[in-house]
Design a protein around this ligand. Structure first.
Ligand SMILES: Cc1cc2nc3c(=O)[nH]c(=O)nc-3n(C[C@H](O)[C@H](O)[C@H](O)COP(=O)(O)OP(=O)(O)OC[C@H]3O[C@@H](n4cnc5c(N)ncnc54)[C@H](O)[C@@H]3O)c2cc1C
Length: 463
């Protein structure tokens, strides 16, 4: 077994130089801060360095290097496989660094690495502006951006990385660098999809885009028994839909909440969620066909603040539950793929197990495949198959459902989104980037992190 390798004197020196908090196993808040979003991850680091500023990040990196510590980097803590915490080693936690500054004139925003998506939206929406990002507000901006970033307005404005102007980073040597189109462009290519392999980002600068604040958005549901006709309608309806419209297909059991009639609670449903990144009236026209298909049993699709829509999936992904995910992209929703979705929808057991099937295309697909490290821009749809349970009880069954669902789709797999991987081994990481980009990332890794100090991630080994 590993043990924590730094001695008391080294820890003392770190503590006295540190502006934020350095938390060890004997500290009262240790139990709280060692936890990550996924409750199935139960790791006990030797030290958690909660950084208050970029100087703390530099000191923490140097401390990790000098003491040869296994080092995890954490911002929002939402890594599906829990890669932002480790046993025995060091966690460099950026969550306290949550500053956001909007420049409304130039339509740009600077956000520190500890910012959560909901916090960014809250600030930018005060100006009627937004960065395209993810669909659950408590997700971290940093990990999401570094993997690519898919969300409700990506078909209009691209991936999160497509609006990235620059990052400030701390490298494995403890140096501070800027990466942008002008400065360190090779690094800038790598951080747009290559994850945390090249250093710790301390802050991001993004372009902002007009949005809302009111949008036409929400989910329409039908009984899962109608999944085949609903999905065939959906396939035809989205062919040729405008970039403003983004949709996600959902499978789940209806929750027992005040918004759901009691007789529906627990029923297996298929839903189609839409968000129109344009005027509400255009959105109403664009979404009318969805709302009037067949006989929906629930319809939450209506004009609302974008901020409200952004929170709509939050309760389904509360921190602390046991989560397991399998993911793959497919080119199109063939009849066979539709049949598989319908079959696994009928077999959902846990009230919190679900599928989110993302529509891609639009602005995402118009950026060249080689312009950034992100791979799979040409994919049609991305499956995020979530086998979840409240606790350890029943978790094995849910994982098996997710694995079986994913396996049934295997003949149709194309790419996979790196931020939706569990710990699945090197071949899957290579698959996520494709062989050419993977080689380029390995070369970049050799330049910026030859000892693979940053290895608790979807790791690209130095090539
Ligand atoms: C509930 C939920 C909803 C999600 N929804 C979406 C979505 O809508 N769209 C989408 O694209 N993805 C989504 N994801 C996936 C998400 O993008 C990844 O899980 C991402 O890693 C989360 O970022 P984080 O900062 O919260 O993660 P963390 O767990 O803090 O970090 C994950 C990894 O990112 C790296 N990292 C984190 N911070 C830094 C940093 N400052 N510098 C360098 N490397 C760093 C590290 O390698 C770390 O292991 C979702 C995940 C969850 C759990």
């Amino acid at each position: 077994m590993n043990t924590f390798a730094a001695d008391d004197a080294a820890v003392g020196a770190l503590r006295s130089a540190f502006h934020g908090e350095v938390i060890g196993p004997d500290d009262e808040s240790y139990e709280h801060h060692r936890r990550v979003w996924n409750g199935s991850i139960d790791r006990k680091p030797g030290l958690i360095a909660r950084c208050a500023d970029p100087t703390d990040v530099v000191n923490a990196v140097r401390f990790g290097r000098e003491n040869s510590l296994l080092t995890a980097v954490r911002s929002g803590g939402h890594s599906f496989p829990g890669l932002s915490v480790c046993d025995d080693g060091l966690v460099i936690d950026l969550r306290p660094m949550d500053g956001i500054r909007v420049d409304p004139e130039n339509r740009t925003v600077r956000a520190q690495a500890g910012v959560l998506l909901g916090e960014l939206d809250q600030v930018t929406q005060q100006f009627g502006l937004a960065v395209p990002a993810g669909i659950v507000t408590h997700t971290g901006l940093a990990g999401l951006t570094l993997g690519g970033g898919i969300g409700w307005i990506m078909r209009k404005y691209g991936l999160t990385i497509d609006q990235l102007i620059s990052v400030r980073m701390v490298t494995a040597d403890g140096d501070t660098v800027t990466a942008s189109a002008e400065e360190n462009p090779d690094m800038f290519w790598g951080v747009r999809g290559g994850g945390g392999n090249f250093g710790i980002v301390t802050d991001f600068e993004f372009h902002l885009n007009p949005l809302g604040p009111q949008v036409m958005a929400g989910t329409v549901y039908w009984p899962v028994e109608q999944a085949v006709p609903v999905l065939r309608f959906y396939r035809d309806w989205i062919a040729g839909c405008p970039d403003e419209l983004m949709t996600i297909v959902a499978l789940r059991r209806a929750p027992a909440t005040p918004a759901v009639p009691a007789e529906l609670a627990g029923q297996r449903l298929i839903g189609i969620a839409g968000c129109y990144a344009g005027s509400v009236s255009e959105g109403q026209t664009a979404l009318q066909a969805l709302k009037s298909f067949g006989s929906p049993v629930l319809d939450f699709c209506a004009p609302k603040p974008y901020l409200e829509h952004q929170q709509s999936f939050d309760p389904s992904f509360r921190p602390g539950r046991w989560y397991y995910v399998r993911s793959c992209d497919v080119a199109e929703l063939t009849d066979d793929v539709i049949d598989i979705i319908a079959e696994y929808g009928r077999r959902i057991l846990s009230p919190i197990t679900s599928l989110a099937l993302w529509q891609l295309g639009g602005a995402v697909a118009r950026v060249g495949e080689d312009e950034t490290a992100f791979n799979g821009r040409g994919a049609g749809h991305s499956f995020n198959i979530n086998g979840n349970s409240e606790t350890a009880e029943g978790f094995d069954h849910e994982r098996e459902w997710a694995r079986d669902f994913w396996t049934a789709l295997k003949p149709y797999h194309t790419s996979v989104y790196v931020n939706f991987l569990m710990e699945e081994g090197e071949s899957r990481i290579e698959q996520a980037y494709g062989p050419e980009k993977y080689r380029r990332l390995k070369t970049l890794k050799r330049t910026y992190d030859p000892t693979n100090f940053f290895r608790l991630n979807q790791n690209v080994r130095p090539g």
